[in-house]
Design a protein around this ligand. Sequence first.
Ligand code: AMP
Length: 304
Amino acid sequence: MTDSDISFESGSLWPAIVNRTRRSLDIGALRPIETEQETIVDGGISFDVRVISSLARKAHEANPGVRPPDFNPFLPYEEDLFVANISESHVGILNKFPVADNHLLIVTRAFEEQTFLLTEQDFQAMCACMREFDGLAFYNSGEIAGASQRHKHIQIVPLPLTSDGQATPVEGAIAAADLSSGVGQCPTLPFANAIVRLDDLDALPVTNAASALQDHYHSMLRSMSLMDEPDNTKNYNLLATRSWMMLVPRSREHFEGISINALGFAGELLVMDRNQLSTLRERGPMAALRAVGVLRHPYLSLTT
Ligand code: AMP
């Protein structure tokens, strides 16, 4: 693959996302989840917590949209949500139930399990999109990591996530990580994590940038002893901005009934109601993340 194998024209992806969002809202194909925004400060991080509004919950309860258990929303995907052909192997569509606007899903054209390792083609599609707009790309590997769909999908939400202009609430914690030897970890985060700094990837052709990301990804999986696990037990979240990439191994999906996915580790949490918000306030988001992550273990080997 070369940059000329990217299926969309350079500069066209962001306008396509914005236009498709507007049109699919107009025709009712997009069903945004209405939330109220709260902040909980814990461990020096201002967590952004979205509480699903009672009206949105009632609407869903009235019309839960029951589907057969093997229903695949990405094969075929809804044409009304189509954004762009990304490459021969991937297509870009809108998240039908977004919490924030312009939430892109990069899905494989052919079925692949969400728990399979990310491939070179996956990273190429992700890099091609990430150079088009400033976003947080993330991957929930399996149900325990918060994935609700089995069909492989990487996601990108636009940055900044915070209203104070920081790209994500965890920027300060990431900056404190010791990354002098390549893959490092953030000492202030109370769960196992592997982090790499990403510099100048934009200057590289997509293929080279993707292969650099894939190498880092393998190093991070190895450092968390996940590389040799069978695919269906490789439970982790992967998060990447243009500046850093982080991998977090997972032990479970829920904390006190609150489902946590990759966005939680970027400092963005979603709760179903005010009861869950109270629980999160009392126990603290850091305790929640520690509970669904994996304890840092002394034999953690960090190598590039
Ligand atoms: P995850 O829950 O992390 O596996 O991400 C899957 C995303 O797919 C969720 O955020 C859903 O909102 C979204 N989704 C569910 N059904 C559809 C659909 N028919 N078309 C597009 N996105 C969907």
